[in-house]
Design a protein around this ligand. Structure first.
Ligand code: IPM
Ligand code: MN
Length: 359
């Protein structure tokens, strides 16, 4: 077997290049410590690809993907692209990437480090050592449902929320299996009091639960789940939900960690190919200032080793290093409890140093 680990880095727009370059420092030091054969390529994706090729997801990048095992993505988008037609918008490129690679599993861990318990607007006792995973279905639902569009004179617009049984089954199956490895508690979030799609979703999840008698399954309406996530987050362990609900709930949940700059994600298909990215956007308002928090992207690197390369040891190593750096009192601006903070590149350096020290 080819022992090389081929990683394609797509820095993208705004703060994207700043966070991926810190993540690359981490990949390089991990590669040395564990004696890995890592092959890094870079590609154009998002607004920078629109500037160069006229499209957010150019052929050149598609070809590079065919020759890689995993993608590390920064962020895409920016005001200058918002006025473009849909097929040229950076976000359209991101959705096309998810769809083409069939990345139906989106994993968003909500880990609240005790060192940041005072950085959140939620009282510390509710979030200290919190560890939740949101499993978001990523290639169906309202984001992709047909028909969609505007009517002829642009006075009306419509989208379709649509799921079939097999789409619900494959994402729920993943969530059940993950729950089995964790605290055996799964909450499926829907809006079954109103939406037929959610009624089908709930039936399918209930049917599947017969295969997982040891998992404590519950169902919750999405409006209530949004409230419960901030009111009593520790009641949750694994949450599984459809595309748009998962998008919204994961932003809400990021508040529990102190900053959206702390949240990594993995998007996987059934072949373990993954796109790893911070859940935050391109943050044009702070781009180029060396102040963005690179931890979400560095933790995405940890998830890359964990999921695509099955290296739990490396995942633990990176996670522990981040925790120790926070313990040392090193904070970027977004998570600092006082007016002392370090820059993006200093945070990257602190974490790589720590990775070496505890190796
Ligand atoms: C996310 C983002 C994307 C989404 C956008 C940029 C298309 O908000 O990954 O959560 O809505 O899925
Ligand atoms: Mn989002």
């Amino acid at each position: 077997m080819d022992k090389r680990m081929k990683i394609l880095v797509l820095p993208g727009d705004g703060v994207g290049p700043e966070v991926t370059s810190e993540a690359l420092k981490v990949i390089n030091v991990i590669s040395k410590i564990y004696n890995l054969n890592i092959d890094i390529q870079e590609g154009f994706f998002g607004g920078v690809a629109v500037d160069k090729f006229g499209f957010p997801f150019p052929e050149e990048t598609k070809n590079k993907i065919n020759n890689s095992d995993a993608i590390l993505l920064g962020a895409v988008g920016g005001a200058k692209y918002d006025i473009l037609p849909k097929e040229k918008k950076p976000e359209t490129g991101l959705l096309e990437l998810r769809k083409q690679l069939n990345l139906f599993i989106n994993i968003r861990p909500i880990i609240s480090f005790s060192e940041l318990a005072n950085s959140s607007s939620i009282k510390s006792e509710y979030i200290e050592n919190l560890d939740i995973v949101i499993i978001r279905e990523l290639v169906g639902g309202l984001y992709f449902g047909e028909p969609r569009g505007f009517n002829n004179d642009n006075t009306e617009a419509f989208n379709t929320m649509r799921y079939n049984n097999s789409e619900v089954n494959r994402i729920s199956e993943y969530a059940f299996k993950l729950s089995k490895k964790r605290n055996k508690k799964l909450c499926s979030v829907d809006k079954a009091n109103v939406l037929e799609v959610s009624q089908l979703w709930r039936l399918a999840v209930n049917k599947l639960s017969e295969n997982y008698p040891d998992i404590d399954l519950s169902h919750m309406y999405v409006d209530n789940a949004a409230m419960q996530l901030v009111q009593n987050p520790k009641q949750f362990d694994v949450i599984v939900t459809e595309n748009l609900f998962g998008d919204i709930l994961s932003d809400i949940a990021s508040v529990l960690t102190g900053s959206i700059g702390m949240l990594p994600s993995a998007s996987l298909n059934d072949k373990n190919f993954g796109v790893y990215e911070p859940i935050h956007g391109s943050a044009p308002d702070i781009a180029g200032q060396n102040i963005v928090n690179p931890i979400a992207t560095i933790l995405s690197v940890a998830m890359l080793f964990q999921n695509t390369f099955n290296r739990l040891d490396i995942y633990d190593h990176i996670l522990k290093s981040v925790k120790l750096v926070l313990k040392d009192g090193m904070y970027t601006k977004d998570i600092s409890p006082n007016d002392k903070n370090i820059s993006t590149s200093e945070m990257g350096d602190c974490i790589t140093e720590k990775i070496k020290v505890i190796a």
